[in-house]
Design a protein around this ligand. Structure first.
Ligand code: TYM
Length: 332
């Protein structure tokens, strides 16, 4: 079976709606036809300061959320990055074939480091996309399902794979980003021209999957729209309305055009309260499931351990090939 791989960071108490609609939503059905590897990149998380206790707690919540949205640990390999040492080992080799200028052009690094003052950014943050390339290339996946903001990182992973294969002989598959057009970028509810993100300007713009549904419904109802009355999809002139249509459409599985047709003669209040209802129906059972998975700590630990074991079966083989090709001695 062909492979897919993707990861999501454990840097908050909850995944947000952008994470779900851009990425996780794709992960679940891909399990049908692909040998799927999904993981929590905790090594990536520490590129910015983390409280150790919180990191450990959030990593478990992250795993529980993946189980709750429908990642099946019997079919897919679900693991935590730091338990698979090959990620850091391959990252070093890839660091050594990445140009300093090439890494400097990564826009996410530029944005994130600008926020903390470039002088204070860690070297880990700088080399973050190289570690991400290692995450991917170790498992030789054909596809990597992500949101739009990861596209440039995927390009780097492809370039590095190609470069290594050319220089040392074929070790890697060249992966493709799989980005769903409609939901590649979910926008902030208060500033619908920028991406929904946990580090956005206002908490009112962000929907966390595990927040109280009443709080989330209120946020939807106070979403910024525009001064017209007409409900139609137009990202340029009606970003707020378009974002709500996208969210409702994706959660319901109903095309945007069908929703728009149904809103003929109706107002923004209807769009907002329907979207809030759809969201409430989606998150309410999810919260219960997450709590159930978190309550059985022994089972959660077992799933995590089994995932690491399976991941290493693949990652250790790729790393051995790479080490051999770059000229390291084979341990006897
Ligand atoms: P992370 O943890 O920031 O986000 C996880 C996934 O959610 C997507 N996403 C969005 N999609 C649509 N709209 C949004 N507003 C939105 N915000 C986030 C992201 O595109 C991502 O797919 N570097 C990665 C984690 C990572 C990884 C990997 C991913 C580490 N190694 C290897 C794939 C393969 C990250 O920080 O994603």
């Amino acid at each position: 079976r062909p492979r897919v791989l993707s990861g999501i960071q454990p840097t908050a108490d909850s995944f947000h709606l952008g994470n779900f609609l851009g990425a996780l939503q794709q992960w679940v059905p891909l399990q049908e036809d692909f040998d799927a590897f999904y993981f929590i990149p905790d090594l990536h998380a520490i590129t910015v300061a983390q409280d150790p206790k919180e990191l450990r707690r959030r990593t478990k919540i992250a795993v529980a959320q993946l189980l709750a949205v429908g990642i099946d640990p019997d079919r897919s390999t679900l693991f935590v990055q730091s338990q698979v040492p090959e990620h850091a080992q391959l990252a070093w080799v890839l660091n050594c074939i990445t140009g300093f200028g090439e890494a400097s052009r990564m826009t996410q690094f530029k944005d994130k480091s600008a926020k903390q003052g470039a002088e204070n950014a860690s070297v880990g943050l700088f080399t973050y996309p190289v570690l991400m390339a290692a995450d991917i290339l170790l498992y030789r996946p054909q596809r990597v399902p992500v949101g739009e903001d990861q596209r440039q990182h995927l390009e780097l992973a492809r370039d590095l794979a190609q470069r290594f294969n050319t220089r040392f002989g074929k070790a890697f598959v060249i992966p493709e980003a799989q980005i769903i057009k409609g939901t590649a970028k979910i926008y902030d509810l208060q500033d619908p021209t920028s991406k929904m993100s946990k580090s956005g300007p206002s908490p009112a713009g962000l929907i966390n999957l595990l927040d109280d549904p009443k709080v989330s419904a209120k946020k939807i109802k106070s979403a910024v729209t525009d001064n017209e009355r007409e409900i139609r999809y137009d990202r340029e002139t009606k970003p707020g309305v378009s974002n709500l249509l996208t969210i409702q459409s994706a959660l319901l599985g109903t095309p945007v055009e069908t929703l728009v047709a149904g809103y003929a003669g109706k107002g923004y209040g209807d769009l907002k309260s329907d979207t809030a209802d759809v969201l409430t129906d989606f998150v309410t059972p999810l919260r219960t499931k997450v709590d159930e998975y978190l309550a059985d700590e022994a089972e959660l630990d077992r799933i995590i351990a089994a995932g690491a074991h399976r991941a290493r079966e693949v990652s250790s083989q790729t790393l051995a090939t790479v080490y051999e090709k770059v000229g390291f001695l084979t341990p006897k």
